[in-house]
Design a protein around this ligand. Structure first.
Ligand code: S3P
Length: 179
């Protein structure tokens, strides 16, 4: 593959935005590899994300998350789905920009609230968190997600249509080019 392509595509967005589902489809469409950063962390820790949160706490999880992201630096031709909180640390932005083009999968609060209702495997979106706190987290992260190179709306269209739209926007913005 030509050097003019981005090395990797890095998907960011709130929990429930469809980073994993859309990321897999995008990787298939490009014949690239798909990496789910949460799965990398779980494999390295030998524990689920919920387990890490309950035994070690969020602060340690964030350190593991940054370390796992840095370990991807040698990869290329990968679509990488990150966890919704990756955008909170400035150092993660440095790593993500080194990895390739960042893509924000945008979704409205209404869409996300419906998708996250009844969710039990995300420590920061469980019902006992209280919907107002999850909403406040969403609002506080919006300006961070918007630092991504391109923004793609996921409210409309099924995941395969969003994947096609990502490729269209990459080409249109000149971020995806052959020599
Ligand atoms: C988190 C999102 C999760 C996971 C962890 C923390 C967050 O990933 O990394 O539970 O802070 O938003 P998904 O966005 O894939 O659910």
């Amino acid at each position: 593959m030509s050097d003019a392509y981005p090395r990797n595509l890095v998907l960011v967005g709130f929990m429930g935005a469809g980073k994993s589902t859309i990321g897999k489809m995008l990787a298939d469409a490009l014949s690239w590899r798909f990496i789910d950063l949460d799965h990398v962390i779980e494999a390295q820790a030998g524990q689920t994300i919920s387990g890490i949160f309950s035994t070690s706490g969020e602060a340690l999880f964030r350190q593991m998350e940054s370390a796992a992201l840095r370990m991807l630096q040698l990869q290329d031709s990968c679509v990488i789905a990150t966890g919704g909180g990756i955008v909170g640390r400035a150092e993660n932005w440095v790593t993500m920009r080194q990895l390739g083009v960042t893509i924000y999968l945008q979704a409205s609060w209404e869409t996300l609230a419906a998708r996250l209702a009844g969710c039990t495997n995300r420590p920061l979106a469980r019902q006992e968190q209280g919907v107002e706190r999850v909403r406040a987290l969403y609002d506080s992260r919006l300006p961070l997600y918007r630092q991504a190179d391109i923004v793609v709306d996921t409210d409309q269209g099924d995941p395969s249509e969003v994947a096609v739209e990502i490729i269209r926007q990459l080409k249109e913005s000149g971020l995806w080019q052959k020599n």
